[in-house]
Structure formats: structure tokens, C-alpha cells
Design a protein around this ligand. Sequence first.
Ligand code: ZN
Length: 180
Amino acid sequence: MILYIYSDTLYKNYNMKSPICEICLKSGLLCTACQNKVTNGELTDSDVSILTLLYKECSKNGDLDSIGIKKLISSKDVELIVCSKGDGKKIVGKGGYLAKKIQDILKKPVRIVEESSNPREFLQNIILPVPIINLNIIYSPKGEKYKIVIPRNSRLPLKLDVFNRLAKELLGKEVEIGFE
Ligand SMILES: [Zn+2]
């Protein structure tokens, strides 16, 4: 299957790093490697639309010149866009215009999360504005997992099962939540 994204070839080259290669973002046709990511479920059609939109926005907005999109994670209620450190604000856009455009395409809320090699910081970015009081590594025969402690009565911005899935996917470990 060939997926036509858009056929405007006027867009210049940008340094946007994304799970889809730039040739595809530019041409509107998916190459075999990128098409395989859609076929095997690593990317959905709506992921492709988001990446294309972001790429298109690069042509209008110098700030977006070098954004990095690491991963798109969809769940029923929310779309998570994991980007390079420091790129969150750029993707949200001035006054939130870009995040809003993405939400309009997906018809669900979008959370933009900056990647971090520090697990506490990464998890913190996922659950903002809820503060993480503490993060511990728990060792068990099944392997390591993280336990984060958040204030009692705090409301996670994501459903717990979605959070668990995301955390596992992004950090490669189970994350347990405790309350203080
Ligand atoms: Zn490609």
C-alpha cells in the first residue's frame, strides 16, 4: 500500500528528526522502510499525519527547524508525542497553536513530553504537573522496576493503565506508583 500524505514538493530540507525519513515527509510517499513501520504497527496512519503536519510547519516556522520527534504513542484518550529535550515548547507552538492543530487532526488531547536520559525527569515530564516526590529502584527476581511516589490526592493527567504502558515502553521497566 502506498500512502499519499501530501504532494507539495516545495518544502525545503529541514533537520526534523522523526520516525519517518525526511525523503518520505518531503515527497508524500512512503518508502519501503517507512511503509514497513506502518504495516507492522510501529506507526499508525495518524502518526504519519502528525509527522507530516509538523514537517510542514517547519517550512513556515524557523523555530521548528531542528525538532526531534522520538516516538508517538497513541491511546484512546490521549496522544503522546515524545520529543527531544528542549523541543516541547516549540511543538506546543506559540499560544499552543501547533498542539491545537494536532489535536484537531486526532480529535483527542495531545501531551508533549520531552525525552530525558534521567528516568525521574522523564517520568516527571510524563505526569506534569503532578510532582514526583521520590523515585526508587525496586529489585526483585522478576527484574528491576521503578517506584515513584506522588502526593496523595494528586490526579494523574493520564489513566493509570495508559501511564503504565507508556512508562514501560519508554523506560523499558515497570513503574509502580505510590502515594505519600
Ligand atoms: Zn522513508
